[in-house]
Each structure stands twice: as C-alpha cells, then as structure tokens.
Design a protein around this ligand. Structure first.
Ligand code: HEC
Length: 372
C-alpha cells in the first residue's frame, strides 16, 4: 500500500471539507457524491489492487476504468474543483476559476481531451514507458482522472442540456468500446512488458473485455439516464404549454382570439411596411430580394431572410428601433447612404462598398425598417 499517496488523498479530502464549508456550496448529495468518489479513488490507487496492477494488464485496466467512469463522475458531481481552488495561491485563483469555467462550458474540448488521453496512453511505447517509470505512471493516471473530471463536469453542467450530454457520453462509450474490442480481439501482444506467453495474451483479452463491457455498460447506462432526463424535460415543456392552452382559454374563444390576433398582426405588419416605405421611399418586399441578391447575408444575421445568420458584421434585427446605425444617428438618409458607400462614411470599415444603386438602397432600407 502506498502510504504517501494515501496521506495525500486524506489531506485532499480535508481541504475539500474545509473548502465546501467556507464556500457553503455543496448540498448533502454533493458531499455524499464526493465521499463515494474519494473512496473509489482510494480503492483504485491505494489498495492491493495497485500491487496486482503491477503484473496484470487486466487489473491495471480495472484501475483506469474505476478512475474514469466511476470516481470521476462522482467527484465532478461533488464539486471537487472547490478543493483545487482552495489549494491554489490566492493571486492565481482568479485565472484558475476562469479556466475552470471555460472548460466546464466547453464540452467539445473536454470530450476531445479525454478521448485523446485514452487513446494516446494506450499506444504500446507510451504505455510501456509509463509502466517502467513511476513518474510517467503518475502522469498517466492524472491524465485519465483529470480529463475524465473535465468531461464529467461538462456533462453534468445544466447549461449543456441533458440531450447533448447524452450524445457526448454515448460518443465516449463508442470510441472506448472500439479500443476495448481491438485489445480483446488482437492476436498480437500489445505490451510485451507483461511477457509474451499465452497467459499474457489471455490477460490482454480480459483487459480489453474490462474496458469494453463493464466500462462500456456504465457509460451506456449513464447516456440512457441522460436521455431519460432529456425526454422528461421535453415532456414537461410540452405539458406546461398544453396545460396553459387548455385551461386558460376555452377552445372557441381561443380560435376567435387567434383570428383576431392574426388580423391585428397582419395589420400591424402592413402598418410598419407603410411607415418604412414612407420613410425611405423604397419597397420592403423588393428590399428583401435585394438583400439576397447583394449577399448582405454573408456577413449579417437578418431576420426574415432565409440563411442569413452570419456573424461577421453586427446583427441587423431591431434596426427600426435603434438610435444609432453604424455609429451615426439612425435616419433614413444616413442608413441609405451607409448601405451605398460605407467606405466613404467610415474608413476603414470591414463592410465593403457593394455598388448598391440608389433605388436598391432605399428598398433595402425599407425592409430593414420593418425590423422592430
Ligand atoms: C463583408 C461583410 C459585409 C457585407 C457583405 C455587408 N456588411 Fe454590413 N456591416 C459589416 C460590418 C463588419 C459592419 C460593422 C461596420 C462598422 O461598424 O464599421 C457592418 C455594418 C452594417 C450596418 C450598421 C449596423 C449597426 O449595427 O450599426 C448596416 C445597417 C449594414 N451593415 C447593412 C448591410 C447591408 C444592407 C448589406 C448588403 C447590401 C451589408 N451590410 C453587407 C459587414 C458587411
């Protein structure tokens, strides 16, 4: 048993307890999750399993799976980052918190890092180098656990949404299954450091199986759980909407309101159209076509223009209600001028002169002024 490691883990748990108390952050379930995760780490790294892992690929693989698919999600759910922040010198903390936040909401990065760590450390030369050097071996375990923590933190973040989280967890289970299956099916010894006997090959097959089946099952079950949560979220949303429709407005008056509402809406549209036309001397419908012709949509997000969701320039929604356009007072004259020759109004500006004719510029301005 590795007493240095064990005392390090105990110290970490104490710091966590202190940090979570001062931050008043964790509820009971978070603390319980952290404790469970911590016990799994101790079992994986500081129990007889560790000694067994020295001579057996299967035991080593079991260790890795425990760290990545059991301990990591529990620790992540328990907000272990509080302890890491508490361990950081005060002046570095702000930067650390920034990084943690960036990574937490950046699932594609966390996912890719975790996947890369898994595949890279199984490359035979890398894996064997780690087995031969205790320092590299420690780094290997830190890579597995660290990237798994990032991955699970992102997966558990509510902002990601359960549906997307399920997809990422499922994608991880898929590529790990492939790696596990490759190990299991390979007739060649990948890591001769364990020996080249038939027993070593059987050990390698069993190790592949450990990654493929128990590891894969935990991930697949988690993905299913997340899908369930996603469905429940969707159902709840639909149910609330239906309840609102059913209870507040009896059917018939609902229909009447719809008809009246659409009439009012159309009327209002016509009104804005008429105003826009009066302001600019252009025609909004023609303007919409011109916007498509001139390709304004390649740089701008413009409501009502299919496919106009570019973000090179500022979005053009709500132009009618703004006080300033392109840095000058929002008047029809200024807008028309800007559309025709932005380069002579403000140089340099990234918006090019596109040779828009006067009539076309008025039509386009008319359309833009219908965007409230
Ligand atoms: C090559 C990219 C590009 C194209 C194409 C382009 N724009 Fe722009 N547009 C910009 C950029 C960038 C700005 C911000 C410029 C600035 O403020 O100096 C801008 C600013 C504007 C503004 C002012 C927005 C505000 O919030 O102040 C309007 C209006 C506008 N563009 C309309 C158009 C119209 C209409 C077209 C098509 C005729 C068009 N743009 C084509 C890049 C483009």
């Amino acid at each position: 048993m590795d007493f240095a490691l064990l005392s390090g883990l105990v110290a970490f748990a104490l710091i966590y307890a202190f940090a979570i108390r001062t931050a008043k952050a964790g509820g009971r379930s978070e603390v319980a999750a952290f404790c469970a995760g911590w016990v799994v780490v101790v079992f994986a790294l500081a129990s007889p399993l560790e000694e067994w892992a020295d001579g057996s690929l299967t035991a080593h693989m079991a260790q890795h799976e425990l760290l990545m698919v059991v301990a990591a999600p529990l620790l992540a759910a328990g907000h272990l980052e509080l302890a890491i922040v508490a361990l950081t010198p005060r002046r570095r903390r702000r930067a650390l918190v920034w990084w943690l936040r960036m990574l937490r909401i950046n699932m594609p990065v966390a996912w890719a890092l975790h996947g890369t760590a898994i595949w890279a450390w199984h490359v035979p030369t890398v894996y064997q180098a780690a087995l031969a050097t205790p320092f590299l071996h420690a780094i290997e375990h830190m890579c597995f656990l660290g990237t798994a923590l990032l991955f699970w933190r992102a997966a558990l973040d509510r902002r990601l949404g359960a549906g997307a989280a399920a997809l990422y967890v499922f994608a991880t289970s898929l590529h790990k299954n492939v790696l596990g299956a490759l190990l299991f099916l390979s007739p060649l010894i990948w890591y001769p450091i364990y020996g080249t006997s038939p027993a070593a090959l059987a050990d390698q097959q069993l190790a592949g199986l450990v990654m493929w089946v128990p590891g894969g099952v935990v991930l697949a079950v988690t993905a299913l759980f997340l899908v369930g949560r996603w469905l429940a979220e969707t159902e709840r949303r639909v149910a609330t909407r239906e309840r609102m429709l059913a209870s507040r407005v009896p059917r018939v008056s609902g229909a009447v309101i719809m008809v009246l509402g659409s009439a009012l809406f159309l009327n209002a549209c016509n009104d804005t159209r008429a105003t826009a036309a009066a302001l600019t001397g252009g025609d909004a419908d023609r303007g919409r076509e011109k916007i498509q012709q001139y390709g304004c949509w390649t740089c701008h997000t413009i409501p009502g223009i299919p496919g106009a969701n570019a973000t090179v320039g500022p979005p053009l929604n709500g132009i009618a209600g703004r006080s300033y356009v392109a840095g000058r007072q929002n008047s029809p004259k200024n807008l028309v001028e800007w559309i025709q020759k932005p380069q002579s109004i403000r140089s340099p500006t990234p918006m090019p002169d596109m040779g828009v004719t006067d009539t076309d510029a008025r039509d386009i301005a008319a359309y833009l002024y219908t965007l409230k």
